[in-house]
Structures are given as C-alpha cells and as structure tokens.
Design a protein around this ligand. Sequence first.
Ligand code: PMP
Length: 324
Amino acid sequence: MTASAAVRVPAGPFGPPCELVNVDGRIVGSDAARVSVHAHVLSYGTGTFEGIRAWWNADHGQLYLSAAPAHYERLHRSAQILGLSLPFAVDELVAMTVDLLRANDVRTDAYVRPLLVQTGDVLPVRMHDVAARLSIAITPIVGDYADPAGLRVMVSTWRRQADTAIPARAKVVGSYVGPSLAKTEAARAGYDDALLLTADGYVAEATTSNVFVRIGDTWHTPPGTDDILEGITRAEVMALLDETRIPLQQRRIHRSELYTADEILLCGTASTVVPVVSVDGRAVGDGQPGKTTAELRDALRAIARREDPRHPEWTTPVYEEAGQ
Ligand code: PMP
C-alpha cells in the first residue's frame, strides 16, 4: 500500500480545521483530543452536538459569534433529554468558545462544533454510567454552504425519525444517519437536498435545515411537535417575520402543499436562509428565488456581521472592542 501524501484539500466550503481545540474546559492540540476505537459513541452514536457560526467583519476588524447562548441552551436541553451531564453553564460555554476562537486567531468566517459524547468503553449499550467528554472544535468557512441561486429538492423516501424513537428536538449524534441517507439519495437523483416527512406523512424538515412555506400572504412552518429539530435560525426567521408584520402559522403541512406553494425557504446555521426553486420537479412560484426569502437571507447575514443594527443581542464580539 502506498502512503498518501499529507496534502489537505478543503472539502466544499470548509478550510482545514483549526489546530487548537477545547476538551473539558482546557485548550489542547487536536492530537491530544483523539477518541479511542473503544469509545461508546463510535458504535452507538450516543452524544449530542451543536453547530454555531462565527462571522468575520473586515471593516470592523471583528469576529462575531452568532446566537451562541441559544445554541448552548439547546445543547443543555439535548444533554438533559439524553441524561448526559454537561458541567458548564451557558455563559461559561460562550466564554470558552470566545477564548478558543482567540487562541486560534480566527479572522475568517468559521463553524464551531461543540460535541458532548460518550467516550467511555463500548459495552454494554446504555446511556447511564458512561464517561462523557465535551469538546469544542473550529473549522474555517471559505465558501457558500448552499447555492443562494436556489435549491432543487425532492421529498425523500426516508422519513424523519419520530420523537418516540430518537428524541427529535435533541441534536443527537446518531440521528444523522437518516439525513445522510436522504442527502445521498437526493444527490444521486440529481437534486440539491431532500425534505423528510414525519412517519405519518407531514412535512418535517430538510436534511439539516428547517422549512418555511408561503401560501398567499401567509408563511407556514411545521410545529415543534412534528419531529423537527427546533432550529435557532428558525426562531430568528420567526422573529423577523413577526417584526415585519408578515403573517406566520405553525401548523402541519401536507406534501401536496409544497407543489402549489408560492415560496419555500430552508434555514439553518450553516446556510442561513436559502430559497427552494423546485420540489420533485415542480417549480415553486415562478421558479425563481422569492423576494421575502432574499430579504430574510440578507437581513440575517447583515445582522450576523453587525452591518444591520437590529438584534445586537444575537451576536457576541470575539475580540476586544477598540477603547475597552
Ligand atoms: N434540522 C436539522 C436536522 C439540523 O441538523 C439543523 C442544523 N442544526 C436544523 C434543522 C437547523 O437548526 P439551526 O438553525 O439551529 O442550525
């Protein structure tokens, strides 16, 4: 067997991961943060995680962490649901993340991955009495995660897992097998992404984002009880719609409503907001990205970089502000 050259080619929009990581509150090199092949999580997916974005603003010379408290509150809820111990408060986790971004001197957009997983020995299957470990790692973002020109999506043959099988509102490591299968099914069929239905056939969400559907003047999004991950971006989109007095209903959505919708958007931390231009080959509206979708995308990105004065409470500056 020939040894492969140690060349790191960035995969998609991501650069090579940052060298320094935080493990159980201490900053160490990535090499010191390896897990054993015996780790429980590797066999069973027993753990939970978050995905947080940081946005670089070159004019401000500042990096802004986006919605970090909301993400760490969800990590706490996920840990509580799984029965995992998370020995750091939300404000401590935010401070640890700021310190880690500084330690790596990150001055570009970045993706932050907090991970609370069972690293204790593999046997037997259970959630209790297994050692767990919290890590935080950073990956620079060098491109666009999803095409802002609009996504062509299909309704997957795979269903979103029911909350009765794997807690849906917890961001569980092992629960990403389903979305991975759905994404690959979609890619092989020539689509950009997939929408998953609940076990009883209502629209739940896309592989790694929530969905909003405009029918006439009113937007609709599935309720938290339809087996979705209750997205942080979803909550921000709901707040912006409310503030601009655009009507929104949380209600169950039929698959056939997707085929006659006037506008559809997907939203999530990685992509922010992206338009859906077709579902199962049927054009959404006139087949072009919708106006409200474009406005929401621009607004969320401008708020994230503090180019828009609204909601400074959604962002945390990473570096010392001048004059402080
Ligand atoms: N659903 C799933 C399954 C996801 O993985 C994500 C991404 N975290 C979302 C929805 C969107 O959530 P958020 O806006 O918090 O990133």
